[in-house]
Design a protein around this ligand. Structure first.
Ligand code: LRH
Length: 476
C-alpha cells in the first residue's frame, strides 16, 4: 500500500485547522499540525472574512506538513463551514474578501427574493430549511448590487481547492446548503436562479463528495513532499464531514454537531420534505454515502462566545472551560431562553440581547457585568439542552426512528456540563465523539477514494466510511 501521508484542512468560523494523517506500523496516526483563530471583521459596516489571513494560515500549515511528512503527501482535502463563497474572475482569483453570512445585507435580499419566489415554493423545490444565511439570499444581495455575468462564485472550501490547483467545482453536500439545488433532480434549479437574478453560467459544476479535482500546483508543489499530491473534494460541508466522522451504525441514533452552531438531527436514506417537515423547517442536506442530513440549525457556542467577547471588552477575560465550570456551580435559571430567536443570531451586545428577551418574556433582567457571567452561562446551557431535546423529539417523529443513542461531535462536545444537561433533557444515551470529527470525516472520505472504495462515498455502503472513522477515532 501507498504509505504516503494525507492532509485534511477544516475551515471553521472560529478556528481553522490543518491536520496530517501518517502511517505508523500500519496504523493511521493523526496530528493537528496547525490551528489558527478565525473571525469575521467589520469593515465599513460590512462583516467579512479575512481571506488573506486564512490563506496565509493554510500556507503555513501545509508547509509544516511538508516538513514533517518526508514520505510525501498523497492527497489534500478541504472542508469548511457552509454557505459563504467567493466571487472569482477567470484566473480563480478572489474579487473581494467574502461576506460573513451574519452580515445584515440579506435582510433586504430576503424580502426582495420572496417577492419573486415564495418561501413555500423555495422550500418545496429544495427541501432545505429556510434561513437568511443561505448562499441564495447572499448571492441575490450581490445581484441586486451589480452585474455578475462573466464571474463565477465558489463556496469557500472549493475556492481553496481551486487556489491550490483544483478544478472549479461545487461539491454536492456543500451545494445543497446554498438552497439553489432541486431536491429531486440533484441539479441547480433554473427556476430559483431566475428568481434570484442569477445566471446559471455563474454556478460551478456539481460533483459528488470524494471527487479528485486535480493536482496541487504552484509554489507549494515545488516542495519535495508535494511532488505528486492530488486534491480531493471531500464532503466540503464541515457538518457533513463531521457526521461522516461518527463511528456509528444502526438506526437508533441521532447526532448533534456542536460548535458555533448546533446541528441537531439524524441521517436518512431518503429526504423528508412532506408538509410537516416543511412546516417545522427541517433541512435535507446532502450527506456522505448518498444519504441525507436531516436536521435543524440550533444556536450553539455562538451565544457564549459572543458573551465572552463582551465581558472581555468590559475587563474580564473568561475562557470557555472557566465559564462552563462556573455555570455548573451557578443556580438553575428561573426560565429558559428561546435560543433560536433571530435577534440572538446577530453579532455584538449578546448579554444585552439576552436580557432584552428576558424582559419581553416577563423575567427580571440579569446584571450584565462580567462578574455575573455564570448566571448567563447557566441560562444558556440549560436553554440549549432543552432546545436540543425538543428538536430531537421532532427528529424521532419525522424520521420514524426509535432513537436511543445520541452522538455529540465537534468542539463543543467537550463541554461535559452541557452533555450532562443534554442527556438529562433527552433521556438518550449520550456518546461524546471527536472534537475534530470533521477532520475525521474528511480523512475517511479521502481514504475511501484512494483505496478505490468510491462506492463507499457516493453509493449505499456508507458503513464503510464510518468504519474508517471508527478506525481513526482513537489517535486524536
Ligand atoms: C457549521 C456550518 C453549518 C451551517 C453554518 C453556516 O460550521 O457549516 O452546518 O449551517 O455553518
Amino acid at each position: 500500500i501507498d504509505q504516503r501521508a494525507l492532509i485534511a484542512v477544516d475551515l471553521g468560523a472560529e478556528s481553522c485547522r490543518v491536520s496530517l494523517l501518517r502511517w505508523v506500523e500500519g496504523n493511521a496516526l493523526i496530528t493537528l499540525v496547525h490551528r489558527f483563530a478565525n473571525a469575521p471583521r467589520e469593515v465599513y459596516g460590512e462583516l467579512r472574512w479575512d481571506l488573506t489571513m486564512i490563506e496565509a494560515g493554510l500556507d503555513y500549515g501545509l508547509r509544516k506538513c511538508a516538513e514533517i511528512a518526508r514520505e510525501g503527501v498523497r492527497s489534500i482535502a478541504v472542508d469548511g463551514w457552509a454557505v459563504d463563497y467567493v466571487w472569482v474572475d477567470t484566473d480563480s482569483k478572489a474579487l473581494a474578501d467574502p461576506f460573513c453570512y451574519r452580515d445584515q445585507r440579506t435582510l433586504d435580499a430576503e424580502w426582495s427574493l420572496h417577492r419573486k419566489i415564495s418561501p413555500r415554493r423555495l422550500r418545496e423545490l429544495t427541501g432545505i430549511q429556510l434561513m437568511r444565511i443561505n448562499t441564495l439570499y447572499q448571492l441575490h444581495a450581490d445581484a441586486l448590487q451589480r452585474q455578475l455575468s462573466e464571474l463565477q462564485w465558489l463556496n469557500l472550501p472549493e475556492y481553496i481547492l481551486s487556489r491550490l490547483g483544483g478544478a472549479r467545482v461545487a461539491e454536492h453536500t456543500n451545494a445543497t446548503h446554498t438552497q439553489m439545488m432541486e431536491l429531486d433532480r440533484r441539479q441547480w434549479c433554473p427556476e430559483i436562479f431566475q428568481a434570484a437574478n442569477l445566471d446559471l453560467a455563474c454556478a460551478p459544476q456539481l460533483v459528488p463528495p470524494g471527487t479528485e479535482v486535480g493536482r496541487l500546483t504552484g509554489p507549494l508543489a515545488e516542495l519535495p513532499a508535494f511532488r505528486d499530491t492530488v486534491l480531493i473534494a471531500p464532503a466540503c460541508h464541515d457538518t457533513a464531514s463531521a457526521i461522516a466522522g461518527i463511528p456509528a451504525t444502526g438506526d437508533d441514533w441521532a447526532y448533534i454537531s456542536s460548535g458555533t452552531w448546533s446541528l441537531v438531527g439524524t441521517l436518512l436514506e431518503e429526504p423528508r420534505n412532506d408538509a410537516a417537515a416543511r412546516e417545522e423547517n427541517f433541512t435535507n442536506l446532502g450527506a456522505v454515502g448518498d444519504r441525507i442530513c436531516f436536521h435543524k440549525n440550533v444556536n450553539g457556542m455562538w451565544l457564549i462566545r459572543q458573551c465572552i467577547e463582551k465581558w472581555g471588552e468590559d475587563g474580564r477575560v473568561w475562557t470557555v472551560p472557566e465559564i462552563v465550570a462556573a455555570a455548573e456551580a451557578a443556580v438553575k435559571p428561573d426560565g429558559l431562553l428561546d435560543v433560536d430567536d433571530a435577534d440572538l443570531l446577530l453579532a455584538g451586545q449578546m448579554p444585552q440581547r439576552i436580557n432584552g428577551q428576558r424582559v419581553r418574556k416577563g423575567f427580571v433582567p440579569f446584571d450584565e457585568s462580567p462578574e455575573n457571567a455564570p448566571e448567563f452561562a447557566s441560562l444558556i446551557f440549560h436553554s440549549l439542552a432543552a432546545r436540543y431535546a425538543s428538536v430531537l423529539e421532532r427528529v424521532a417523529f419525522h424520521s420514524g426512528k426509535k432513537l436511543s443513542r445520541l452522538f455529540v461531535v465537534g468542539g463543543a462536545s467537550q463541554n461535559d456540563f452541557l452533555n450532562r444537561l443534554t442527556q438529562e433533557a433527552t433521556g438518550l444515551e449520550l456518546f461524546r465523539g471527536s472534537a475534530e470529527s470533521a477532520t475525521l470525516g474528511n480523512f475517511a472520505v479521502q481514504l475511501a477514494v484512494l483505496e478505490g472504495k468510491r462506492d463507499a462515498v457516493t453509493g449505499a455502503s456508507a458503513e464503510l466510511v464510518s468504519q474508517w472513522a471508527s478506525h481513526l477515532s482513537s489517535p486524536l
